[in-house]
Design a protein around this ligand. Structure first.
Ligand code: GRF
Length: 216
């Protein structure tokens, strides 16, 4: 049953609490937004594990301070991407993860992660996809001269920033914007949108993305 409380807040009754695995590489402000939304009751979920491919990521320190299970898994020299992804799958499955959230995870997933979590893995990207995929999306938006920018939450498939779109939020681009001011405006929307989307995941059907995964 879904009980609407306000137009932007949905309380799910009779659904198990969703278990999240969050992948990060850096600052981790989206991970923090998820953690805060859980703490203040806006999001019925639990962060089962955080995996970082960067030992120096501030996200790792935040997780440790807040007693969120965190694993640093940086690809070892000579380790294949396949083996690295298999290790990630094992950690996520050991922690009973239902959905995987890419929150500033700066690496492409191509192998067993796509199979193990097909249709149960989402990413947040700081542009209105399909425009401005890849790195420096906010700079790309400024360079192009668009008047509206924003962020997108989408399913993860083999192609970068290309899976089916779940939700988007738009912000104006001002004539005075720098990459810093535009990024801040978009980030505020990311922090609002991502927890909202996650809250809806329990009632959103797992999407069959198998035909969107290229066999490697
Ligand atoms: C965000 O802008 C997100 O959209 C992109 O990477 C950035 C991560 O920021 N994928 P943070 O690590 O969550 O602060």
């Amino acid at each position: 049953m879904i009980c609407p409380i306000t137009p932007t807040r949905i309380l799910l009754v009779g659904y198990p609490v969703i278990k999240l695995g969050i992948l990060v590489s850096g600052r981790g402000s989206n991970m923090v937004a998820i953690h805060r939304a859980i703490a203040n009751g806006q999001l019925q979920a639990t962060i089962s594990v955080v995996i970082s491919n960067n030992p120096q990521a501030p996200a790792v320190g935040y997780a440790q301070k807040n007693t969120i299970p965190v694993v640093v898994l940086s690809p070892r020299d000579g380790e294949s991407r396949k083996a690295h992804e298999a290790a990630m799958v094992q950690i996520l499955q050991t922690h009973g993860v239902d959905w995987v959230i890419l929150a500033g995870y700066m690496a492409l997933l191509r192998y067993s992660m796509l199979e193990a979590f097909a249709g149960r893995m989402i990413n947040i990207h700081p542009s209105l996809l399909p425009s401005f995929k890849g790195l420096n999306a906010q700079q790309q938006a400024l360079d192009y001269g668009v008047k509206i920018a924003g962020c997108t939450v989408h399913y993860v498939t083999s192609d970068m920033d290309s899976g089916p779109i779940i939700a988007q939020a738009a912000v104006p681009v001002l004539d005075t914007d720098t990459v810093t001011t535009l990024s801040e405006r978009i980030l505020a929307e990311e922090h609002r949108l991502l927890p909202q989307v996650i809250q809806g995941l329990q009632v959103l059907n797992t999407l069959d993305t198998t035909d969107m995964i290229k066999k490697q």
